[in-house]
Write a protein that binds this ligand. Sequence first.
Ligand SMILES: [Zn+2]
Length: 646
Amino acid sequence: MAIAPHPTPVPTRAAAVTASGRPGSPLGADRVRLTGGLLHDWQRRNRTVTVPHVVREVRGAGNLDNFRRLADPEVGDYRGRYPFLDTDVYKTLEGLAYELAREPEDAGEADAQAVARDFYEESVALIERAQRPDGYLGTFYQSPQSPKKPWQDLSWGHEMYNLGHLAQAAVAASRQLGDRRLLDVAARFADLVVERYGPEGEPAYCGHPEVEMALVELARETGDRRYLEQARLFVERRGAGTLEHTIFAADYFQDAVPLRELGSVTGHAVRMVYLAAGATDVALETGDAALVAHLERLWDDMVARKSYLTGGIGSRHSDEAFGDRFELPGERAYAETCAAIGTLQWGWRLFLATGRADVLDHLERVLHNAFAVGLSEDGAAFFYDNPLQRRPDHEQRSGAEKDGELLRRAWFGCPCCPPNVVRWMSELQDHLAVADDDSLTLALYASAAVSSPAIDVDVETDLPWHGRVAVHVRRATDDPATLVLRVPAWADGAAAAVDGVAVPERPTDGWLRLTRAWRPGQTVTLDLPMPVRAVTAHPHLDAARGTAAVLRGPLVYCVEQQDSPAPVDDLLLAAEDVPGLVADDDHPWHVLRGALAVAPPAGDDPYPPLGAPAAPATDRAHVALVPYALWGNREAGAMRVFLRLS
Ligand SMILES: [Zn+2]
């Protein structure tokens, strides 16, 4: 039995975003439980491996000691280089709130939960004790060794970024466990921020957006509208150019122009998508249709011109930033794991605001590729940046093969990604379904037991490996209810049936709406064809010109050197070879097997004359293509998503 510490109110287990949007309200852990399949496996791995690993690393890195030492100077100096290391604790706590509220499925999960509970209790006590009487909380600036005073450096201080992650952890603890201790701490800190930077205060904002979406959630959980107004102010003020910038230009901070005038996503990618997520949250609560429309334009532009095939964002390593439109080099993709999570956060809110199925199609792409690749198959190592190509001599920031280390690393000096993965894995169920009084919308597919006001269903699917989704009606009312099923754009020729009889309805705008007087025992099947397919790149996407990549359903594939007898750089992808790539369902990764032509370079001349004949194919090689999310789990070697066209 999961113990909810100090359960003053009853936990609602409500979803991470408790907005009511156009398609309905998200169903939380009280209404959606993963029951099998890939996402269930991910969540179980998170619970049993990633959480204990991250807890151990956070302890070892000194993040908790930074809280402890404020009361006990014997503990030593502030540890770590950055002023935002408290957030690693907060993000972990956010995930733990969910995990402590879940029933363990076996003894292994119960053991892991005990580790999580110790960390949770110790952390909450330390956080409560570290808060200053005026509400301020940030162990870096509270440290006597701090080179600056609180609020002296809004550009780089991350103080409200810290508050944002604290508030998100606090809201999760309140909803999942009924534990309001962190909520009280977060509210006191937020009150201080409202006093300093509220309607009557200094018109300033934090260099790293994040607090905006957190304040909206804090308003939802506490009912205090001042926090929503504060979030709105932060969104509206940004772009005044008041953040001091010495290293990077103002657009790094999204501070060159107001968000409403921004023509395209820009600057530091994580900052940008966190800001956009917060702005979408504000618009959801204030009903600001113009802001939603603008955010849709920014989203569409990002998806079409600034996203990798994997859904990853950010192509510039120097400032972890978006590049220009179509500046998307595969081997230099930054595509930070946190930026994928920020995209999931923004996209989910945008879906709630608009009901757009294509936004979810993109989220599905991000989830199964740009996000999933950030974690090793065993659950205890992480990529920070996620390139689409690795040359034999490639240096990957998070994966340099030092001292025989594997490709992914156990931890980082700036460990923003690992605890971010923990919390998102814990919250997967919150982002699958929405409902209102007479409809249930299945937004993303996973095997799950789902309850909603109008209808309860059990969803069964083996996606992303196979394209069948079965929805078994478990409970229905006497009134007609609408089951709304997303038909992904990749599923050309999708077909649906109720109890084996094809339905007359056709999908509109990516949604299949089935309104019936449902009866328990009925089964809706949705067959989503997922043949192997290949795509090329837009002519302006120079880095991928003359290449093509292989996909199946939502999955992007790649070739790792160990699965090809010829150098991966010499493999050619021809349209006629694509149908010959067949999924091997006996392999745990369902790799695609087939034969591709091999064409080594004709010579060493780096710049042969225009018109010189291309090197002919000399051979054919039997290769395996692995899901991109799973690359780098064996020996290190070259890897390519985009293969040369024949
Ligand atoms: Zn990160």
